[in-house]
Write a protein that binds this ligand. Structure first.
Ligand SMILES: *[C@@H]1O[C@H](CO)[C@@H](O)[C@H](O)[C@H]1NC(C)=O
Ligand SMILES: *[C@@H]1O[C@H](CO)[C@@H](O)[C@H](O)[C@H]1NC(C)=O
Ligand SMILES: *[C@@H]1O[C@H](CO)[C@@H](O)[C@H](O)[C@H]1NC(C)=O
Ligand SMILES: *[C@@H]1O[C@H](CO)[C@@H](O)[C@H](O)[C@H]1NC(C)=O
Ligand SMILES: *[C@@H]1O[C@H](CO)[C@@H](O)[C@H](O)[C@H]1NC(C)=O
Ligand SMILES: *[C@@H]1O[C@H](CO)[C@@H](O)[C@H](O)[C@H]1NC(C)=O
Ligand SMILES: *[C@@H]1O[C@H](CO)[C@@H](O)[C@H](O)[C@H]1NC(C)=O
Ligand SMILES: *[C@@H]1O[C@H](CO)[C@@H](O)[C@H](O)[C@H]1NC(C)=O
Ligand SMILES: *[C@@H]1O[C@H](CO)[C@@H](O)[C@H](O)[C@H]1NC(C)=O
Length: 404
C-alpha cells in the first residue's frame, strides 16, 4: 500500500515514528499535549498541529505564555474568526494568485477563500490552502514523549482542488531553551505545490506588559533581508523584488528596529494592503553561500522585548520570512487564562490591533505563479522526487539588562 512506501521513505529521514516512541501520555483536559525542556514548556493540539502554549520565565522570574491561542483545543474549530492561530498552513501557505497555477502545461484551480469581488464572488485568491486548509483539520498524533511530539496528516488527491495526495509529518521538539521543528511532506501520486510554515502569534510579554498592550515596542532584526516581495493591494505578489532601502519602512536589516518605529512614515500606509498601515510582508533571506543555517549567530530574525527581557532568535533552512504585525486584530479575540493582566481597566483581556507579531519561516510566496524567480524545485514536488523539508530552531534567551 502506498502509505507503507511513504512511511519507509520517511523512516529513511529518521523521523521519530518508531513504535518505541509511541504516545506516552494523552492530552490534558483542555486537549493540550505538553512537552518540556530546560527553560521551556509548550503545549500543542491536533487542530492544525498548532502550538497553543509556550511558557518561559521573564527577566523577573515570572512565567509568561508568549504565543496566541485559545484556552482549549475544542474551541479552535468553533470560533469563526479563525486567525490561523499557531497552526501549520497547508498544503500551500500564504496566497495563490487567482486561485490557480500551472504544472506541466496543465492549469489547476484551487478553492478561493479571500477577497471576494463581483467577478469572483468566492474570492480573488486562495489563502493558506483554502476553506479547509490543513489548519482547519485535526492531525493525528503519531508520537508523544516528554520533549517531543509528531503529528501526521494525509491530504487526499483533489482536496481544495490540489492535485495528488500529500502525506506530511510535523515534529516539534524542545531542548535547552530551544523550540525545534521539522516538517516533511511527500507528494505520493502527482506533482503538486507544497509550502508549509508555522503561523505562530508572538507577544514576548505574554500580553501582560503594564505599560503598553501592543507589541510595537518589540525590536525586530532581519539581518539578511535587504529585499522583499512586492505585492498589490490584496497582498498578491506582482513578481517584482523590491529593495528595502536603508532607513525605509521595511528596513529591518541595517539595524534592529522597533516594530512601531516607522508606522508614522507615509510609506507605511498601504504597506500591508489597501488602507492598511503595518506589516504583512515577505522578506527574502539572502545569506552568503555556503552557509550552515544552524550556525550560532546566523539567525534570519531576532525579536526582543525590553519589558520582559525575553528574546528569540529564529534559525531556519528556509529562504523567506513573512512578518504580520496583527493589523487585523481589533479586540475581538480573548486572551488565554495564562496571559494578560487581570482587573486592569486600561488593558482589557483581548488582543488589540498591533498586539502581536506573526513570524513565518517559508519559501518565496506564490513562486508557483512567478516562474521567473526560478524556485520550482523548492515548491513543486512529485512522486519519486525529493520530499519537501522545512527545519527551524527558535532559540530563546533572557536579557536581564533590558529595561523598558
Ligand atoms: C520531563 O522534562 C522535564 C523538564 O526537562 C523534567 O523536569 C521532567 O522530570 C521530565 N519528566 C519525565 C517523566 O521525564
Ligand atoms: C473552551 O474555551 C472557550 C473559550 O475560552 C470557552 O468558551 C469554552 O467554555 C471552553 N470549553 C471547555 C470545554 O472548556
Ligand atoms: C478536532 O479535535 C477537537 C478536540 O481536540 C474536537 O473538539 C473537534 O471536534 C475535532 N474536529 C474534527 C473536525 O474532528
Ligand atoms: C474584528 O475582527 C473580526 C475578525 O476579523 C471581525 O469578524 C469583526 O467584524 C471585527 N470587528 C470590528 C468591530 O471591526
Ligand atoms: C482567473 O481565473 C479564471 C478562471 O478561474 C480565468 O477565467 C481568468 O482569466 C483568470 N484571471 C487572470 C487574471 O489570470
Ligand atoms: C509592571 O510590571 C513590572 C514587571 O512585572 C512590575 O515590576 C511593576 O511593578 C508593574 N507596575 C505596575 C504599575 O503594576
Ligand atoms: C481606511 O481605514 C480607516 C481606519 O483605519 C477607516 O477609518 C477608513 O474609512 C478607511 N478608508 C477606506 C477608504 O476604506
Ligand atoms: C539587552 O538589552 C539591552 C537594552 O535593550 C541592549 O542594549 C543589549 O544589547 C541587550 N543584550 C543582549 C545580549 O541582547
Ligand atoms: C516603548 O519604546 C519607546 C521608544 O521607542 C519608549 O519611549 C517607551 O518607554 C517604550 N515603552 C515600553 C512600555 O517599553
Amino acid at each position: 500500500m502506498r502509505l507503507n512506501t511513504t512511511l519507509a521513505a520517511l523512516g529513511a529521514l529518521s523521523l521519530p515514528i518508531a513504535s518505541a516512541d509511541y504516545a506516552t501520555s494523552g492530552p490534558d483536559k483542555d486537549g493540550l499535549y505538553w512537552i518540556y525542556s530546560e527553560g521551556l514548556s509548550a503545549a500543542f493540539i491536533t487542530y492544525g498541529a498548532s502550538i497553543s502554549r509556550l511558557l518561559i520565565n521573564d527577566q523577573y522570574g515570572i512565567q509568561r505564555d508568549i504565543v496566541g491561542g485559545w484556552d482549549n483545543a475544542s474551541y479552535y474549530g468553533i470560533d469563526q474568526q479563525h486567525p490561523h492561530f499557531g497552526g501549520v498552513p497547508g498544503r500551500y501557505a500564504n496566497r495563490i494568485q487567482n486561485s490557480s497555477f500551472v504544472i506541466d502545461g496543465e492549469t489547476y484551480h484551487v478553492d478561493p477563500n479571500e477577497n471576494p469581488t463581483a467577478a469572483a464572488p468566492l474570492g480573488a485568491d486562495t489563502l493558506h490552502g483554502g476553506h479547509d486548509g490543513w489548519d482547519y483539520r485535526n492531525f493525528t498524533v503519531v508520537s508523544h514523549t516528554n520533549d517531543s511530539i509528531t503529528f501526521s496528516i494525509v491530504d487526499p488527491d483533489g482536496k481544495e482542488g490540489f492535485p495528488g495526495e500529500v502525506v506530511s509529518y510535523i515534529t516539534y521538539t524542545l531542548r535547552d531553551y530551544t523550540w525545534d521543528f521539522k516538517m516533511v511532506a511527500l507528494a505520493t501520486t502527482k506533482k503538486t505545490p507544497i509550502m508549509l510554515s508555522s503561523h505562530t502569534y508572538w507577544n514576548l510579554d505574554g500580553f501582560a506588559n503594564n505599560e503598553t498592550n501592543t507589541a510595537l515596542n518589540h525590536t525586530l532584526y532581519l539581518p539578511h533581508s535587504g529585499q522583499r516581495v512586492g505585492v498589490d493591494n490584496i497582498l498578491i505578489p506582482t513578481g517584482d523584488i523590491l529593495a528595502n532601502k536603508q532607513g525605509s519602512v521595511n528596513d529591518f536589516w541595517s539595524a534592529p528596529k522597533q516594530i512601531g518605529a516607522s508606522l508614522n512614515d507615509p510609506e507605511a500606509l498601504n504597506n500591508c494592503g489597501f488602507n492598511c498601515t503595518g506589516y504583512d510582508n515577505c522578506w527574502l533571506v539572502n545569506r552568503e553561500e555556503p552557509y550552515n543555517w544552524r550556525d550560532e549567530g546566523n539567525f534570519v530574525a531576532r525579536l526582543q522585548s525590553p519589558w520582559s527581557g525575553i528574546q528569540v532568535e529564529v534559525y531556519t533552512d528556509q529562504e523567506a520570512f513573512q512578518v504580520y504585525s496583527c493589523n487585523g486584530q481589533n479586540g475581538t479575540v480573548a486572551l488565554k487564562k495564562t496571559q494578560g493582566l487581570f482587573d486592569n481597566s486600561d488593558f482589557p483581556r483581548t488582543i488589540p490591533k498591533y498586539g502581536c507579531l506573526v513570524m513565518e519561516v517559508e519559501d518565496w510566496i506564490d513562486a508557483i505563479n512567478n516562474p521567473e524567480w526560478g524556485r520550482a524545485d523548492k515548491q513543486i514536488f512529485g512522486p519519486g522526487g525529493d520530499p519537501y523539508v522545512l527545519q527551524a530552531s527558535y532559540v530563546f534567551s533572557i536579557n536581564t539588562t533590558a529595561t523598558s
